[in-house]
Ligand binder design. Sequence first.
Ligand SMILES: Nc1ncnc2c1ncn2[C@@H]1O[C@H](COP(=O)(O)OP(=O)(O)OP(=O)(O)O)[C@@H](O)[C@H]1O
Ligand SMILES: [Mg+2]
Length: 351
Amino acid sequence: MPLIRGYVDEDFIPQKGENMKAAELEVHNLRVTFTPKGRKVQAVRGVTFNIKPNERVAIVGESGCGKSQMARALVQLIPSHAGKIEEGKVLYDGVNLLSLTEKEMRRYRGREIGMIFQDARASLSPLITVGDQIVEAYMDHHPLATKKEAKSRALELLELVQIEDPLRSFGQYPHELSGGMCQRVMIALALAPDPKLLIADEPTTALDVTIQAQILDLLKRIQEQFGMSILFITHDFSLLSGFCHRALVMYAGEIVEEANIQELFKNPKHPYTKALLRSIPRLDLPKSSPLEVIEGNPPDLSKPIPGCPFQPRCKFKTLQCASFSPPMINRVACWLYDPRFKDKYELFTSS
Ligand SMILES: Nc1ncnc2c1ncn2[C@@H]1O[C@H](COP(=O)(O)OP(=O)(O)OP(=O)(O)O)[C@@H](O)[C@H]1O
Ligand SMILES: [Mg+2]
């Protein structure tokens, strides 16, 4: 299992106007459902968050908690035969993306909002050379560019993502490249239209730990150099500390905690976050620290979830947790932070 790298970013305060290019995103009460065989699955259950210009924000949570569907909903990519965006607003620099028609939305996908998905090889066309794929992506969004300009930009992008021999790779097909190289090509493709927001959904999951770190360092450098906002999605806490400014912890389709990255590792607030952090080996803790196992499973999203979704697994639950959904109290959705439950809170913090 990968270890958490032993450093974190400096406190980050995005500077207003520092880079006019990067976009701002505000998501309000986003709800997404799927209806397999007539059964309603609540995949995303009222998610609210924002990303400031130039900020790198992570969504982290266990498999199946709704990260990918939430990200797809942001750009209206929920297939209408399977699911539905029930409610919510996605304000991209003030424009509600959810109110746009498919034709209008196409102007945003790729051009304004770049997307990188987990399985790079599957996302690339096997029949077109990587160079031509980047040229195509560039020309789609820069209709006035000549083929020569597009080719030279494609080579620049391959160099930017540190492909060893850009000229050679330009003419290669995806199957001729390693997984790490394909992932770099995916990044180059996503950057070709010059997006202001990048959504990277598990962009390194299929790769080994060293390559994961290299790709994330690369993304970070590109983001710092060119200015962009990034939504980074992962189930792997160990990837957050060197990469993100802020993290949102997702559980059963909801955001249960939001924190600056140092704060999250130093002082996790939600019992779920705390348990998750205790379940992974960390370089910043003594070797003797025991690893914790979170007993039980996440709730079935096709059944009603009264109260807090984590309460059946929570050692600190109080009576109302089973019946009343906790509000966000100081950026954490947990009743322990309600002053009325001070005793339980003290027990929790001393645990
Ligand atoms: N097409 C679909 N039909 C029915 N349910 C779906 C569909 N797609 C997703 N879901 C359900 O929505 C929930 C959220 O799925 P999602 O893919 O967003 O999870 P995730 O957090 O991205 O997980 P992972 O870390 O494994 O990628 C899951 O319970 C999943 O079963
Ligand atoms: Mg996913």
